[in-house]
Structure formats: C-alpha cells, structure tokens
Design a binder for this molecule. Structure first.
Ligand code: SF4
Length: 654
C-alpha cells in the first residue's frame, strides 16, 4: 500500500515522469546496442566524411572519419552511462561506509576520516579529478577512479550527518541492550534509516558524474580513440564545428537531455523518499496563516460569522458588547475553523483541526483549554497569532478579535505588532523555543528592543528585571547564560520572562509545564497565577490535565476532535461535568489519598479528522451512546451558564 502510494505520488509529478521516460529510453537503447542493426561505430569510410544528417544509410550523418554518427552516439552513450553509473556506485558505497563508521564510532576514527574528507573537499572537484588522471594517466578506467574519488566526500558528509543524529536515539540503545553486536546495530538498525539519504544523494549526483566523465573525455583524458563516449565525441566534433556543426551538436544534445532527464528523475525520487519533503516540513511557511479567499471576502463585507454565534464571558446567552468591546474582553474567538489541507495525488482533503471553536477571555481572567493530544488545542492557540504554518494550514472560517480588532486577514505588520507584544506565547518546550546560540538575557532583551525601541543597555536592564520577576535566582549572573546552562524549570521561567517582556494583554501558555517535574510544575503554576493577578493579564492555559487547569483557571473549555464539547467554570465542571467525555477525562485524574478510586482509561481513539462521522464525534467511545447520537451533527447548546455538545444533556435538561 505504502509502495503503491509512493508510485502514485511519483507519477503525479509530471516532470519526474518525463525524466523517467528519458532515462528509460536512453537505458533501453544503449543496452540494446549490440542487437540493433547498427554499423560498426569505429568503421572508418573516408568517402562518407562529414555527411550531413538525413544522408542515405546515415540518418544522423557521419563524422570527419566517415563513422556513422547514430551508431557512435548509441555506443558512446552506453560507455558514458556505464562509467557515470559505476562511479556513482563506487562513490556511494565508499562514501556511505566512511560516513556511517565515522558517526557510529566517533572519537579518533571520526576525526581522522573527516579530516581526510575535508582535505578532499578543499580542492575544486574538477581540478582534483584532473590531478588524479594526470597522475594515473589518461583512460576511461582512470577517469572512473578520479570521478569516484572526488564524489566520495559528498556521500561521506551527508551520511555522517544523518547518522550522527540517529546514534544517540533510544532505539539504538535498545538494540544494544538486546545484545546486538556493533555490526548488527550498524547494518540492521542504522543503515535502513540512512538509506533514503544515500538514495537522495545518488539521485542528485549521478547527473554530475556523467557530466564530469564527459568533461574528462572532452579534454582527452577519458575515453581514448577509437572508443567513443559522449565527451570524446564532443571534443572531436569541436574541430569541424563550422563546416559540420551536427558532429559536435548531437553528442552535446544527448548529454544535455540525459542529464536533464536524470536530474528530473532524481528530484522526483527525492520528493518521494524524503519524509520531510513529503510532509511539507521543508517548505518555508508563510509569515501568517493563509486565510481562505471566501472568508477574506466575507470579512471585508462584514458577514464572516453569522450573528448569534456570540459567546459572552460568562457563558452563552450573554453579551460582550457585540464582540467589539476590547475594554472587558481582550480576546474573542468565534466559530474558528483552521484546517490542514493534505494532497493525495490530484485530490486534496481537509484535516479539520479546529471546527467551529468559540470562546472569550475577559480582562484578567484565566481560561483553560483542555483535551487529549490532537483535539485542536494548540492549533486554536496558534491561529490567534496566525502562526499555524501554511502550507498546509488555512483558516477557513471564523473571527478572532483582539481588543475589538479583527486578526483574521489582518495585514502582517499588524500581526507582527501584536505578536510577543500585546499577545505573548509560552511554548511547551523551552529547550526548543529558546535559541541555543544566544544568551537568555539577550533573548529577553531583543523582544524589548524590537517592540519598545529602547537602547541596548535599557533592554538588558529590563531583561534582568524580568528575570528577577520570574524568580530566577542571581539574575545578574544568569543574564549571560546560554539556555543549555539552565535547568528545565529555569528555562521555562526565561520563556515566561520573554512573554512578559512587553506587558502583554494576553498570554497564551501552551502546556508550559508538561516537560517539567511535579515540584517545578507547581512553582511555575504559582508564578503564572501570581503574575496574572498582579499584572492583570488575561491567560489562556492549554493542558490535557484537569488538575493543572483547576489550579490556575476560572473557566474551562473542553475540546474533542476539533470541537468544543463543554465549557463552564472550573468549579461547575469539577463538581458536575455534563458531557460524557469530560466525565471520563475527569475519571482519569488521580486524587491524592483516594486509594479506592479506580482510574478508568477512555477506550478507543479519537476519529480521524479527515474522515469524521456524521453524528457525535465521541460516539465510538461513549458509554451512553444511542442510535440517535450517530444520526446528525450534535450542536453545542447552552445549559444555564454552561454549554455542552451532547443530546443526552439536552434531553435531561428538557
Ligand atoms: S451525543 Fe451521544 S454519543 Fe455523543 S456524548 Fe452525548 S450521549 Fe455520547
């Protein structure tokens, strides 16, 4: 299935298919050279000297010794291909072995091998190839050796780079623990993971190698007369370029078409083999999440979100002043739909990461967003600042208002003004969100400088002040520390200091305590709570843990499969959860001292977001499901000051 889908993806790339066609035609014709009705490529007939293309018995004419051009081109291509492909195979084998051994054993072996590779790379590769042939003597075999040697460093460097990132992973340790020898780990565990890198390097270098072989032959250092290869034919034809241009042009054209074909094929193979390219991870995201064209038009005409979808700070049915009252509600999200578009061949399907999410965060309040992984919590938060990467993300519908101003479709300059300034973001993992090469003080100071335009000295002073505020001991000394010199808890405090740098109105904290141990977690939660109360900041706190949310938040929104399934105050939801999903989530939370309480996991998995059921999205995991639940989409309805998306709750309320 996976192989089938790779084939399909390859053939949908038209240029790659053209490349494959060219390469196949060239390979088949050159392989069939001995059985084709061709004249001897080396047979000299001086009466046929420089015959033009279209002459009788010589469809592509003859060269200056009267040899048939068609026959020499086919045999010459065969020689060029054989040398180019053999050189690629040798360079790939030797270079990959050097790379994988150097990365695996490290130490002196790595140093010795890589310094040797660096020395080879220090020379321009064509010059090095010429030097090697000059030492070994002219000839096809020596040209093959030279081309192989100069290309070994590309494979060695690429493979070493890929292997270094793998050797410290746990699955390699697990293989060692299972008693596998070094060779078994190298060739059984690491090599299969590095193979795509080797294939990708082959696909991008084989074209060069054919070109390099032709170059050496062109200079008279490769194929020797009477043997023809494309480079030597080009070199010989050069002499008669003015009287019989076809003699030089035809081999030149074959080289051009062949190398273009190989490169197109290589690009197609790389796209199929490289999981990063496949996922779009290597595609640079746009500066802000793309907004659907239809939504843009509706936003301009003022009818993006239907009236009546407003949610008040105190629950449904209230009034927040028409959604424009930034005075009491700095952040208002309504009917947000952020989808990821994935292509499979010519069709594309939508992964509905958020599908109609609404909530509001009053000034100074803390809202918790709770749900399992993949429920759409982080996508909701990232959408606020237009940070969902496009491709593949796109905001399809909804409204996000900050202090009354619509952020969806806002000019990038406005978003940049708000990002890290009025709306701050604390990431889950401070190790990856802080730049490892810049001191923590400088990272806090640059946010201050960028948004407040103060001097370097003033920004540094402010950085130190913020580090004091987030209770980093000895801030004056730590301001010049790099992230790796701090513990996990200290790094997260730096992340909070960066968030506080410009006295924001809203802080979005995306699972900021997940990577921390429980005592540090408690300190960070207390710090966030104190700062919220003292600074009057509104807080959006994302977590899968109700215990953590209940420590910090006033209200909670529970998300499942991209939708809000319940919302209310933390106290109400703690005492009496309405939705079966919330009930089951709460049943998974351990309570200290309650040994008799059985923790029951929620069976099954959330539905695929690109293949959602018609009815209730929780139906397959719900312990009180009825047939009616599966018939039609279930709406989010108000129940007093709360909301729930469950027909059972509706019936009970009725
Ligand atoms: S609508 Fe039905 S399936 Fe969905 S949560 Fe309510 S009872 Fe369960």
């Amino acid at each position: 299935m996976a192989v089938h889908s790779k084939f399909r993806r390859f053939f949908y790339n038209r240029l790659a298919t053209v490349g494959l066609f060219i390469v196949l035609v060239v390979l088949v014709v050159s392989a069939a050279a001995p059985i084709l009705p061709l004249t001897d490529p080396n047979q000299t007939v001086l009466t046929n000297r420089l015959l033009p293309p279209g002459s009788e018995g010589h469809p592509l004419g003859a060269d200056e010794l009267g040899r048939d051009m068609l026959s020499r081109l086919i045999w010459g291509t065969r020689v060029s291909l054989a040398v180019g492909l053999s050189a690629t195979a040798i360079a790939a084998l030797v270079g990959s072995l050097i790379g994988i051994f150097a990365a695996f054993y490290g130490g002196w072996l790595d140093n010795t091998l890589m310094r040797g590779i660096d020395m080879l790379m220090a020379f321009p590769y064509m010059l090095l190839a010429l030097a090697i042939v000059a030492v070994l003597g002219a000839g096809l075999f020596n040209a093959l050796v030279a081309i192989s040697v100069v290309n070994i460093p590309f494979f060695a460097r690429n493979v070493r780079g890929a292997t270094v990132g793998l050797v410290r992973l746990e699955y390699v340790d697990a293989a060692r623990l299972s008693g596998k020898s070094d060779m078994e780990v190298l060739f059984g565990e690491l090599l299969p993971n590095v193979l795509p890198v080797i294939f990708i390097t082959i696909s991008t270098t084989v074209g060069w190698m054919i070109l390099e072989t032709a170059g050496l032959s062109f200079l008279g250092l490769g194929a020797q007369p009477p043997t023809a290869d494309l480079g030597s034919m080009l070199g010989e034809g050069r002499k008669s370029i003015l009287v019989a241009p076809h003699v030089a042009t035809l081999p030149g054209l074959v080289i051009l078409v062949l190398v273009i074909g190989i490169n197109l094929l290589g690009d197609g193979l790389r796209d199929v083999l490289d999981p990063y390219l496949r996922s779009g991870a290597l595609v640079s995201p746009r500066p802000a999440t793309e907004v659907d064209t239809d939504l843009r038009r509706r936003l301009r005409s003022g009818d993006a979100v239907e009236p009546g979808t407003e949610v008040s700070p105190d629950g449904p049915g209230g009034n927040d002043g028409g959604g424009n009252d930034g005075g009491t509600v700095p952040l208002s999200v309504r009917e947000l739909r952020t989808w990821f578009w994935q292509r499979s061949g010519r069709t594309s399907s939508a992964v509905r990461a958020t599908d109609g999410v609404s909530f509001q965060v009053p000034r100074g309040a803390a809202l918790g967003i709770m749900g399992e992984s993949g429920s759409g919590k982080s996508v909701t938060a990232l959408s606020v600042l237009g940070l969902v990467p496009t491709p593949p993300g796109r905001i399809m519908d909804g409204s996000i208002r900050f202090n009354g101003e619509e952020l969806i479709g806002a000019p990038i300059e406005r978003l940049r003004h708000y990002r890290g300034n009025r709306i701050a973001y604390i990431f889950q993992n401070p190790m990856t969100s802080l730049n490892p090469l810049i001191t923590v003080g400088e990272q806090i100071a640059e946010s201050v400088r960028h948004h407040q335009g103060v001097s370097r000295a003033a920004a540094r002073e402010r950085a130190q002040e913020l580090m004091d505020k987030v209770q980093i001991p000895n801030a004056a000394a730590r301001v010049d520390s790099y992230p790796h010199e701090l513990s996990g808890g200290m790094r997260q405090r730096v992340g909070i200091a960066v968030a506080l740098a410009n006295d924001p109105d809203v802080i979005i904290a995306d699972e900021p305590t997940t990577a921390l141990d429980v005592t540090i977690q408690a300190q960070i939660l207390k710090l966030l709570d104190d700062l919220r109360r003292s600074e009057g900041v509104s807080l959006v706190f994302i977590s899968h843990d109700f215990g953590v949310i209940s420590e910090l938040c006033d209200r909670v929104v529970v998300m499942y499969a991209g939708q809000v399934v319940e919302s209310g105050t933390v106290d109400e939801i703690y005492r009496h959860p309405l939705h079966p999903y919330t009930r089951r989530l709460m049943a998974c939370v351990p309570r200290l001292g309650d040994r008799a309480r059985a923790l029951t996991a929620i069976p099954g998995l959330p539905p695929a977001l690109d293949d959602l059921p018609t009815g209730c999205r929780f139906a397959d995991r719900c312990d009180v499901v009825t047939d009616a639940c599966r018939e039609a989409p279930v709406e989010l309805r108000g129940h007093g000051a709360r909301e729930a998306r469950c027909i059972l709750v509706e019936e009970t309320s009725a």
